[in-house]
Design a binder for this molecule. Structure first.
Ligand code: NAD
Length: 485
């Protein structure tokens, strides 16, 4: 890779963006320039949407089983190129190869799931709703849909949307994160090989201008967004104002509760994997671990030991458990958050800020793991998403107090309880705010066949990503009442 300016895929052709500016894409482990993402314009978006609109009638009239066959071919191509895509992902994002494998792996699961669209999209019928009158509902595609995605899962997040959108008969425009455009470039090349007709799938690189143009374009029927809460709200408002369907997934602050009946060693290992995986840059990262009752001292000791044993390094090296963070700016922001935690009185038991790497890694965006103890609910680090390799430890006397801490933050994406008590699980399921819960599981992973999305300020909209919700989001239901004389 050589710092080339990337192209957009519009109407089946790789074309130059009309934008004059571009964003550097760097390998976070070395700082090396990989490519430049053009900041495309409303004109580029219009070309992509017009192409998608033109492709819609024929694609919509292609039998659903034939549409699904394109996805079968795509799935085979993605399987074949899985290692290659994982390496691209690690190189542009920094996460370990194992994390990249599971990133593209979960994406492929969505392609696989959407292959079942001929069944998933079926409507309902009822005979004789009145004498001699039958009633049926049909699910029909709507036109052009768009998705806008974040930097932290470069292959996977676009695949939460795209397979379902096109399997149901819509056409599609993706704007990937300008920070990690390379995995999607490769995936779109494979989509071309899978034989989708031109205009069905379009890729427009860029940032804010592309987002604004997609959210306001009259031909776009619906928008899926994944990213920070600030932008999720903005997209929800803008696209909603322009009459579109919107599902907008935002930021998170996830709590993991550990009670006295939990298998402690496994719980801590799992909690640390949740917090430090992908360098903490996950919307499902369990960044605050709450010790309930007497478990605190032992839990703290185990967390500190775990953090000190983490091997930081290049994600391409099999020994690495923790890669760099995405950019130099992200590193500075996280260091700022750690400084704020110290200033507000939390105790920094492990400090990852001073980490230096040598040789070709000296210009990478490195941070070691950090652990904060004595975190109080009013502190910034307890309330705001850190999105870096930092664990907060908090204490609660009872499960109810732990759940109250979890529920006190404005986000409600995911949360977990480590316990062996069924009664505690019942209480947790009933009263915890997050819409995605784990029991003895640190990351309530996105499973293609189930819906995915949080609540409160972690999600704006009603119909969530993938699973059965995707079919609902991407189709309109038409009711037909019929009788014959
Ligand atoms: P981000 O909000 O900065 O960017 C997301 C997308 O929005 C990108 O495509 C970006 O180009 C665009 N964007 C950025 N600023 C914009 C602006 N001012 N106007 C219009 N568009 C803009 O998020 P990020 O840093 O890429 O990703 C990290 C965030 O995403 C975290 O908050 C994380 O929790 C969240 N996230 C949430 C989920 C979820 O399922 N809820 C999943 C992954 C990531």
């Amino acid at each position: 890779m050589n710092g080339e300016v990337l192209k957009n895929l519009i109407n089946g052709a790789w074309v130059d963006s009309s934008g004059k500016e571009a964003v550097d894409v760097r390998n976070p482990a070395t700082g090396e320039l990989l490519a430049k993402t053009p900041l495309s314009t409303a004109k580029d978006v219009d070309a992509a949407v017009q192409a998608a609109q033109a492709a819609f009638p024929a694609w919509r009239n292609t039998p659903v089983a034939v549409r699904a066959r394109h996805l079968f071919r795509l799935k085979a191509l993605l399987d074949e190129h899985k290692d290659e895509i994982a390496r691209i992902c690690t190189t542009e994002h920094g996460k370990t190869l194992a994390e990249s494998q599971s990133d593209i792996g979960r994406g492929i699961e969505n392609v696989e799931h959407a292959c079942g669209m001929p069944t998933m999209m079926m409507g309902q019928s009822l005979e004789d709703i009145a004498t001699g009158i039958d009633c049926s509902t049909f699910r029909q595609p709507m036109g052009v849909f768009a998705a806008i995605t974040p930097f932290n899962f470069p292959p996977m997040v676009p695949l939460w949307f795209l397979p379902y959108a096109v399997a149901t008969g819509n056409t599609f425009v993706l704007k990937p994160s300008e920070q990690v455009p390379l995995s999607q470039r490769r995936i779109f090349e494979l989509m071309e090989k899978a034989g989708f007709p031109k205009g069905v799938l379009n890729l427009v690189n860029g940032g804010r201008d592309v987002v604004e143009a997609l959210c306001s374009h009259e031909r776009v029927q619906g928008v899926s967004f994944v990213g920070s809460t600030k932008i999720a709200r903005l997209v929800y408002e803008t696209a909603g104002k322009h009459g579109k369907r919107v599902q907008s997934l935002g930021g998170a602050k996830n709590f993991l509760l550990v009670d006295e009946t939990a298998a402690l060693e496994q719980a801590v290992q799992n909690a640390c994997d949740s917090a430090y995986g992908c360098a903490g840059q996950r919307c499902l990262a369990g960044s605050t671990v709450v010790a309930i009752g007497s478990v605190y001292e032992k839990m703290k000791e185990l967390i500190v030991r775990n953090a000190k044993n983490i091997v930081v390094g290049d994600g391409l090296d099999a020994k690495t458990n923790l890669g760099p963070v995405i950019t130099a700016a992200a590193r500075e922001r996280i260091i700022g958050m750690i400084g704020k935690g110290v200033a507000e009185g939390a105790e920094l038991l492990v400090d990852g800020r001073g980490l230096k790497m040598d040789g070709k890694y000296q210009n990478g965006f490195w941070l070691g793991p950090s652990v904060f103890d004595k975190v109080k609910p009013e502190m910034t680090i307890a309330k705001e998403e850190i999105f870096g390799p930092v664990v907060n430890i908090m204490r609660a006397d009872t499960l109810e107090d732990g759940i109250a801490l979890m529920n006190s933050v404005p986000y409600a994406n995911a949360g977990s309880l480590y316990t062996s008590s069924g009664k505690s699980v019942q209480k947790f399921k009933a009263t915890a705010h997050p819409a995605m819960l784990g029991i003895n599981i640190g990351v309530a992973a996105p499973m293609a066949m189930f819906p995915f999305g949080g609540s409160k300020q972690s999600f704006f909209g009603d119909v969530k990503a993938h699973g059965g919700d995707a079919v609902q989001f991407y189709t309109d239901r038409k009711v037909v009442i019929s009788r014959y004389f």
